[in-house]
Structure formats: C-alpha cells, structure tokens
Design a protein around this ligand. Structure first.
Ligand code: ATP
Length: 364
C-alpha cells in the first residue's frame, strides 16, 4: 500500500534515540496488522544534534518540514544540557516552539492502571485535558518574548495569561472527550486565591457544560485535587485545567498508576497533533538500553487514533487499539522495565509487544 499520511519523526535527546524508533517500529507493525496504509515517516533534526548542526534545537527547517505533515512524534529534549551560548539566546525549548507555532492547545494525558503493573491505587482511569498555550507557563503565553522578567537582580516577575477563547476551546475538548467516557468533567482551579482568573475559567467551563447536559460537571481546587488524586483518584474521569496545574497533577497521576515512564500524551490543535511522552529525557539512564518505551509507544498510538478520527479511517483507529492491547498484554505477562520493578531491557519489551501484535490474538 502507498503511504498516504506524512508524519514527522524526531529522536531528541537522552533516551529519545532508544524509545522513539521503538514507537515507530510498533506503529508500523500495528498498521500492518490492522490493514491500514503505512505512514510516510519524515526524519527531522531536533535537540542537541540539531544545535550542533543548525544552532537551534528546533531549527526553522524542521518547523517548515512539519508544516507539510499532519502530525509528528517528538522525542524528549534535555535543554539543561544545551550549551550556554544557546541558553543566552532565550529561545523556547523544542516542545514549546512547536506548541506555539502550531497552536497545539490541547494536551491530552491519560492515566489508568494496567494489569500486572504495581500501582499506588487500583481502578484509576482518568484523563487530563490540559490547556497548553497560556496560563502560568511564560515560555508560551506571550505574543513576543517571554513572560518572565527580572527588573533587578533581586526581583523576578512572572506573567500568567488567561483568555476566554482559550478556556472555552479546552473546555469543549474536555466535554467532547467525556461523552465517549464516563461523562464526568472536573475543572481544577484556584479560584479562592485567584478569583478573577479562575472565576473566568469556571464561568467558561460552566457555559460549555450547559451545552453537554448529559455530562456531570464539578470543580475542585488545585491543592484539593492533589489530595484527591492520592486518596481517591477513582473520583475523576476527565480533568480540565490550566497549563502548570495540568503538568504537575498529570505527573502525579502517572506515578499513582505505576510510573512516569508509562505516561502518554498528545498535543493537538484542530489540524495537527504531536505525540510526546509525558516524561523527560531521563539523562541518568540514557544509552543503557533500559528505558521504558511505554509512554512513547502509547503517545504514538494516541497520534494514530487522532489520525483515525480525523480521516474517519477505522483501520487507523483499530491500529491504535491493537497497540494499547499489545502493551497491556506484554506488561501483564510481566515483561517490564526496571522503573516498574522488572528486569526487561527496552529491546526485550519491544520484542514482547511486537510478538503480541503478530500473534493471532493480536488480530482483533
Ligand atoms: P523534564 O524536566 O524534561 O520533564 P525531568 O528531569 O523532570 O525531565 P525525567 O527526565 O522525566 O525528569 O526523569 C525523571 C526520573 O524518571 C529519572 O530518574 C528518570 O530516569 C526516570 N524516567 C523518566 N522517564 C523514564 C523512562 N521512560 N523509563 C525509565 N525511567 C524514566
């Protein structure tokens, strides 16, 4: 079959070159198993190697090439290790550059228990719908420049930005997602301390809630949400929140169901989507062949599912489901990397997932 959909492919830093190729290999196998057309992968420079060659971890040539694609898989980046000359420029990190350029406003981060994986809490199945373009993250909330300032050496200021259109569209995403789940949306905010900002946040969420009468809507303070996630995470289905809160709480949720290495994420606009695992570049274990590829694999699966919806292509949707099921089956058989308490290498886990995909039971 001729490839029809162009997908960018960027390895990134740290464990990126170990986990991104694995995600691609597994996506290719799942597409073949589901009868979908192969994807056209477009290999692009990003991260430290791109600084060395082009002077930027997200060179303009990579951004231009991504414009010709519908989505991409982005490996993790380790901006802490970038040269001082790059840091002095005040450029955005690669993920933020792409979120800004492509207006990837919805960051979808699911967390659920997986059979055989030791977790802090059972029966968790929730998803964060995190606003990704403004809020308390100053690297993306300004039209020009960065929302952090240092008027004197002893004073540092930070601008938080909240707009009705951005809140509205992320709330719509959350309610739409709830319709295909347990029909419950919780807004996480801090309106007791920031009543102007989060009053508006809640107002917009309530307006959208009125358009989805089947969905139960409630709201929880940010700090209380952290406590509920530890004590009673089962109370959550879809959580809609601003940028920093969503980033923080979704990492917590990832650990509660197992480990950060399991956490998948998709960053989506209405036209493009970026698969980027929730974890970072894990430089402490880079090059050892022991990284957990699950977060990256499941992020790529989310991208395939998103493409399936966009193109109304059932074979893509099925491929995404096959990946999810194959990962579940491998984990349930006890093939787990060190972060989950197992002894499997990245390659051994990959082989286990590929075996599941090619097994007769994999052709669901
Ligand atoms: P960032 O700021 O880029 O998100 P970070 O410093 O917060 O990165 P990570 O790079 O995600 O953190 O790593 C945090 C810890 O989790 C490290 O000990 C790392 O080894 C571990 N870790 C993260 N991802 C994985 C993975 N995929 N497999 C195994 N361990 C991982």
């Amino acid at each position: 079959m001729t490839p029809s959909i162009r997908i960018g492919y960027m390895l990134g830093d740290g464990i990126g070159p170990e986990i991104v190729p694995v995600a691609r290999e597994i996506v290719d196998a799942a597409l073949a198993a589901s009868g979908a057309a192969p994807l056209e992968w477009v290999d692009l420079p990003m991260g430290l190697p791109a600084i060395e060659e082009f002077g930027s971890p997200m060179p303009p040539s990579t951004v231009e090439a991504l414009e010709t694609t519908e989505g991409w898989v982005l490996g993790p980046f380790d901006n802490g290790s970038y040269p001082a000359s790059w840091k002095a420029k005040g450029e955005r990190v690669p993920g933020a550059t792409l979120r800004k350029h492509f207006d990837l406003y919805a960051n979808i981060r699911p967390s659920r228990n997986r059979e055989g994986v030791a977790s802090i809490k059972p029966d968790v199945d929730l998803v964060f719908v995190r606003e990704n373009t403004e809020g308390f993250y100053p690297d993306r909330n300004m039209f020009f420049g960065n929302g952090e300032f240092k008027p004197t050496d002893d004073v540092a200021l930070l601008v938080g930005v909240f707009t009705r259109p951005a809140i509205h569209r992320i709330a719509v995403r959350a309610f739409e997602m709830a319709m295909s789940r347990r029909k419950h949306v919780t807004a996480v905010h801090k309106s007791n301390v920031m009543p102007t900002v989060f009053g508006m946040f809640l107002e917009e969420c309530r307006k959208v809630a009125a358009d989805f009468p089947e969905v139960v809507f409630d709201d929880v303070l940010f700090d209380a949400a952290a406590a509920y996630l530890v004590r009673n995470p089962q109370r959550f289905d879809v959580i809609v929140t601003e940028n920093l809160f969503g980033d923080t709480l979704s990492d917590l949720a990832g650990e509660i169901v197992g480990a950060l290495g399991l956490s998948a994420a998709l960053n989506a606009s209405d036209t493009h989507a970026m698969a980027q695992a929730a974890h970072g570049s894990a430089p402490d274990i880079a090059g050892l062949g022991i990284a957990n590829p699950v977060g990256m694999i499941l992020s790529a699966a989310m991208l395939v599912e998103w493409l399936g919806q966009k193109h109304s292509d059932e074979t893509l949707t099925r491929a995404a489901r096959l990946i999810d099921e194959a990962v579940d089956a491998a984990l349930a058989r006890g093939v787990q990397t060190g972060d989950l308490g197992g002894s499997a290498t990245t390659r051994q886990f990959t082989e286990a997932v590929l075996a599941e995909l090619s097994a007769p039971g994999g052709q669901r």
